[in-house]
Design a protein around this ligand. Structure first.
Ligand code: ARG
Length: 462
């Protein structure tokens, strides 16, 4: 028979060129387990509405079980002729149950409400997988911060030396960003816990089916959609998922870029483990940070998936349009990309070693303690505008003589300003500078230890 779900009013089958264009089974096949779960729930509400007898329901569920097993072991698959996963699975059911019973399941549902529901289920599962992988990366970063808890480094703005910070403080800044991404995934999941099943093609069903029962059956904690048109036509849940995954890619790329820079000969801040770096086919000495570079590269791809999807959605009239079939490949790719990238990235972070001597040696370089002179002067009652001038003058003298701030003599200090007594030397060291920034959120060791504890506690409850 005709596998198509819509052949009745057509004299001829589809042209081959149309069938090729129209087919989505090669990428939507991954929705198959969700489609079968949806079919089970749908069969139950058909029974509740008196449209399937108890015996028919039990044979239907048995047929769906057998179909599921055949899908799982690969003995049943979809083909181009099936058009999409929904059609293929209906063919499988008809083959197993015969047309009289198998043909009853299509009542009261459309591929439009099916696909909107299954897609939510698929993405919700993957949001959890990605959230778990993200938590592992956060743990690895926390471990890196903890293992190097007292290491100072040059903090930078504009990539120039700015003020010394604890390496742990810097690493935890990335953990904070990833923590917000994880929170976005959880909030997205909560917003997406609403089922479109029962919306039909767009207007709902006349068969007395219970969308709330289907929603509960399929694990949608917030029930079924309030509006069947919205249920079948909205894809903001996809766009939002694509944004969150793109944001994760961007946050990874920012860590990646720093690791690439830190791993250069010139910086020599970190060393990558052999198992998480690659060599060159021609230059025997090379050891390259490919994982970090791939993370940087793949962030572009994740951004592309988001922008492509937004372009597809723009100006689409309600309700379902076939354009919407273009919604799946980009975010399937975003899932695949992050699910391959995150474990490698975590491995790289968990195994990299920090060159403490190098970081600490550079922490005070580049006059990064100039702000400390200015703030010390403020504590002596000097107005900040004057203090800033005076500290700037110190930098100018040092630059001219090729020395660092702590190499200025008492006489040179006094010549720059009468306020610069020898006591100023007390702040001209990295440890003092770090310890003095002790407000909440600052880089003082005591505050960073608190932050570590907070982050650890947050990760433990997720
Ligand atoms: N494969 C389609 C999609 O992914 C679902 C089928 C809806 N097709 C239709 N002609 N209404 O959007």
């Amino acid at each position: 028979g005709d596998v198509r779900l819509w052949g009745g009013r057509f004299a001829d089958g589809p042209a081959e060129a149309l069938a090729k264009l129209s087919a989505s089974v090669h990428f939507d096949w991954r929705l198959a387990p969700y489609d079968i779960a949806g079919s089970r729930a749908h069969a139950r509400v058909l029974h509740k509405a008196g449209l399937l007898t108890a015996d028919e329901l039990s044979r239907m569920l048995d047929g769906l079980d057998r179909l599921e097993a055949d899908v799982a072991d690969g003995s049943f698959t979809g083909t181009v002729a099936d058009e999409d996963v929904h059609t293929a699975l209906e063919r499988g059911l008809l083959e197993r149950l015969g047309p009289d019973l198998g043909g009853k399941l299509r009542a009261g549902r459309s591929r439009n409400d099916q696909v909107a529901t299954l897609f939510r289920m698929y993405l919700r599962d993957h949001a959890r997988t990605i959230g778990g992988l993200l938590a592992e990366l956060q743990q690895a970063l926390v471990g890196l911060a903890e293992a190097n808890a007292d290491v100072a480094m040059p903090g930078r703005t504009h990539l120039q030396h700015a003020q010394p910070v604890l390496f742990a403080h810097h690493v935890l800044a990335h953990v904070q960003a990833l923590g917000r991404d994880a929170e976005r995934l959880r909030q997205w999941d909560e917003r997406t816990a609403v089922s479109p099943y029962g919306s039909g093609a767009l207007a709902g069903s006349s068969l007395g089916l219970d969308p709330q029962a289907v929603a509960a059956d399929l694990g949608f904690e917030r029930g079924s959609v309030a509006n069947s048109i919205d249920g079948t036509a909205s894809r903001d849940f996809v766009a939002e998922f694509a944004f969150v995954t793109a944001m994760i890619g961007i946050d990874l790329s920012r860590i990646a870029e720093e690791i690439i820079i830190w791993n250069t000969k010139e910086f020599s801040f970190v060393t990558l483990h052999d198992a998480f770096s690659t060599g060159s086919s021609i230059m025997p000495q090379k050891k390259n940070p490919d994982i970090a570079e791939l993370a940087r590269g793949k962030s572009g791809r994740l951004i592309g998936n988001l922008t492509g999807l937004l372009a597809t959605l723009k100006a689409l009239p309600l309700a379902y349009n076939r354009d919407l079939q273009e919604d799946k490949e980009p975010v399937f790719d975003s899932c695949d990309t992050l699910e391959v990238l995150l474990p490698a990235f975590t491995g790289m972070v968990a195994t990299l070693t920090v060159n403490r001597e190098r970081m600490e040696e550079l922490a005070p370089a580049g006059f990064s303690l100039a702000t400390d002179i200015a703030e010390w002067l403020v504590k002596q009652g000097v107005p900040f505008r004057v203090a800033h001038e005076v500290a700037g003058e110190c930098v100018k003298v040092c630059e001219a003589q090729g020395i660092e701030l702590d190499e200025l003599t008492d006489e040179q200090f006094a010549a720059i300003s009468e306020h610069l007594t020898p006591e100023v030397r007390g702040v001209l060291n990295v440890r003092g500078a770090l310890a003095s920034r002790d407000g909440r959120g600052g880089t003082a060791p005591v505050r960073v230890a608190e932050q570590l504890a907070e982050v650890r506690a947050d990760l433990a409850v997720q």
